[in-house]
Write a protein that binds this ligand. Structure first.
Ligand SMILES: C[S@@+](CC[C@H](N)C(=O)[O-])C[C@H]1O[C@@H](n2cnc3c(N)ncnc32)[C@H](O)[C@@H]1O
Length: 588
């Protein structure tokens, strides 16, 4: 990147007497712990039972519970998530006081599901008979056993999905046999495991569920046009398909907004939200979190580096500026004495920022190629508390992870950062921080930095070769900004801010909103990718096709842009390629 100064339903047939007989006698031997994965003897269309490594997954919660679970040898359906397993473990934790003795007595009393047919029978009986008491020809002790396991795992036929879980939000509504039913996303389960339920079935969470229904209808009313209201009045069976996706996405936004509120109310709850609906991958937080640039190597090294580049004079010149009376003097001085004289930097004589009192933010108000020269602690205006040129400090102070959602992109761009609050055009969003590296630092750490597919460095490019060139690299240390992807039509723009040390060679890159950004929009900025002609790089290549090869590069590395915008550089590259081919055909 460069910146320039610029639970599911089981549907098998009824239980047979043959399989029921296979229930082991109460006094049978203790269970064997090592087992083969369950292979279902009869087909069941919509659920697969699989052995899950229960021990590993819930071990962290309470080892005793794991032992008890192990001794039961009950298999968990594939659809069940970690959250479900944790809930089970929690229920053990709460209800079983003396787990050890309880385990022992359980082992004595129950030998459970020893044969394939028995397991099959158990699962089927759950689906066919709402209560264990209804099991035909079951002895009282068998009923007791079935009841125990059903209760433990929430395996009641009618309430299979609902009795042990909280509704997180509602995705859809329809009317079935004169009853309203709602598609519910359950806490701890993925959206694809959402199920249709009747409100009457949500016994345990009646009030909470009613709230979710109200919220859902508010979202619907907002979205469905007035003329479509008969649908909202529920005279029809369902919401038209075209509104469903709108409702879902809007509902997600509402959910996010309310999460922001929750976080704002209670700072302790302020945690960064991470969303991944696409794949199983490592956490995006494999770096050290820092809020301000860190020096890679000793500070003295930087000084020496600048001396070597013969820029000390220029840096020293800039050092003298600060507001002695009026806020803005230092930048005016800089403009008069440095920028104009040296022609090395462009500077706007217009004010950098406009302050919006209502929203309490500074809006940047000149093009990105001008440097922004902010006041420092030495300035009178700052000391007297009337400084209007101190956006960066405010941005750092107000830094909050609630502003962002880290989300998986699902299109090979890795993780991305999504806005969780609206930003107005010109509003500062985030400072790009990382390790400040000289060319030498970068070379020394090159293998670590480049040895990955993902690039996290931003060049603080200097056009003049005699000036020191720095890179901010966030592969090892950084903040959320390192997760912002590239777009050829970005909604962020990078400005260079000169701060404390008044060193124009080491500005702070800050990302500002290039346009109004809505909640839920993915943040992006332009990495300043370039198209290079491979032919110019490899003149001696005999491959006849190579003369048409254009490549998009980021810091000299090939980059396949997947931003998907109409103005995407990858499309331009292909156009160039076509054009070049045509031209060379003509010349022949
Ligand atoms: C600063 S990181 C952005 C965060 C990154 N997606 C992650 O998962 O950590 C930059 C890297 O993300 C990927 N990337 C960002 N924008 C992209 C785009 N428009 N198309 C393809 N890959 C992109 C590239 O691999 C790039 O080197």
């Amino acid at each position: 990147m460069k910146i320039e100064p610029s639970v599911s339903k089981v549907t098998d047939k009824p239980t047979t007497r043959r399989s029921r007989r296979l229930l082991a006698p109460i006094s049978a031997q203790l269970p064997v712990t090592s087992q083969k994965p369950v292979s279902r003897t009869r087909a069941s269309s919509d659920i697969l039972f699989e052995e899950t490594n229960v021990e590993e997954q819930i071990f962290k919660i309470k080892p005793e519970c794991v032992n008890e679970l192990k001794s039961t040898k009950v298999r968990f359906p594939k659809m069940m998530t970690m959250a479900f397993l944790r809930e089970i473990a929690d229920s053990f934790k709460n209800s079983v006081n003396n787990v050890e003795s309880r385990c022992k007595s359980l082992k004595k009393r129950y030998t459970w599901l020893d044969t394939e047919d028995e397991k099959d029978w158990f699962y089927k009986s759950c689906s066919e008979y709402p209560t264990a008491q209804m099991l035909p020809e079951a002895s009282p002790s068998e009923i007791l056993r079935v009841d125990y396991f059903r209760k433990t795992f929430g395996w009641e036929k009618r309430h299979a999905n609902t009795c042990a879980r909280k509704a997180e939000y509602i995705l859809d509504f329809k009317r079935k046999s004169r009853n309203d039913i709602y598609k519910v996303k359950w806490c701890g389960l993925p959206e694809y495991a959402a199920t249709w339920v009747r409100p009457v079935d949500i016994i345990a969470f009646r009030y909470e569920f009613a709230r979710r229904v109200t919220e859902f209808w508010e979202a619907v009313v907002k979205l469905v046009p007035h003329k479509e209201m008969p649908i909202v009045r529920r005279s029809n069976c369902s919401i038209p398909a075209e509104y469903i996706s709108k409702i879902c996405s809007n509902y997600q936004k509402i959910k996010r907004e309310s999460m922001i509120e929750i976080c704002a109310e209670n700072p302790l709850k302020s945690a960064l939200l991470i969303e991944n609906e696409y794949d199983v991958c490592a956490s995006p937080f494999n770096f050290e979190f820092i809020s301000e640039n860190a020096f890679c190597g000793a500070k003295e090294q930087l000084k020496a580096y600048e001396d070597e580049k013969a820029t000390q004079k220029q840096v020293a010149e800039a050092l003298g500026f600060c507001c002695k009376q009026e806020c803005g003097e230092c930048s005016a001085n800089f403009y008069k004495e440095y920028a104009l004289a040296s022609h090395k930097a462009t500077y706007s004589k217009h004010k950098h920022y406009k302050y919006d009192e209502e929203r309490d933010y500074w809006k940047v108000c000149h093009p990105a190629h001008f440097l922004i020269f902010e006041c420092t602690d030495d300035c009178i205006c700052k000391k007297e508390g009337r400084c209007k040129l101190d956006m960066l400090t405010k941005l750092r102070d107000n830094h909050s992870s609630n502003k962002f959602l880290v989300s998986r992109t699902g299109d090979d761009r890795g993780w991305g950062l999504t806005a969780m609050q609206a930003f107005k055009q010109g509003e500062p969003v985030i400072e790009y921080v990382g390790e400040l590296m000289t060319e030498e630092n970068f070379r020394q750490n090159e293998t670590e930095i480049w040895n990955k597919n993902l690039m996290y460095s931003m060049d603080l490019t200097q056009n003049d070769k005699n000036l020191p060139a720095y890179t901010v690299d966030s592969s090892r240390k950084g903040n959320h900004s390192r997760l912002i992807n590239h777009s050829c039509e970005p909604n962020l723009v990078t400005y260079k801010i000169i701060k404390e040390d008044r060193n124009i060679n080491r500005p702070h890159p800050v990302l500002f909103a290039a346009k109004d950004i809505a909640i839920g929009e993915e943040l992006s900025f332009n990495y300043k990718l370039t198209i290079i002609n491979q032919n110019e790089n490899s003149k001696h290549d005999d491959n006849s096709d190579s003369e048409h090869e254009f490549d998009v590069v980021e810091n000299g590395r090939a980059f396949i842009c997947r931003c998907g915008s109409k103005k995407c550089i990858d499309k331009k590259k292909n156009l160039k390629r076509k054009h070049d081919r045509k031209r060379s055909n003509k010349m022949r």
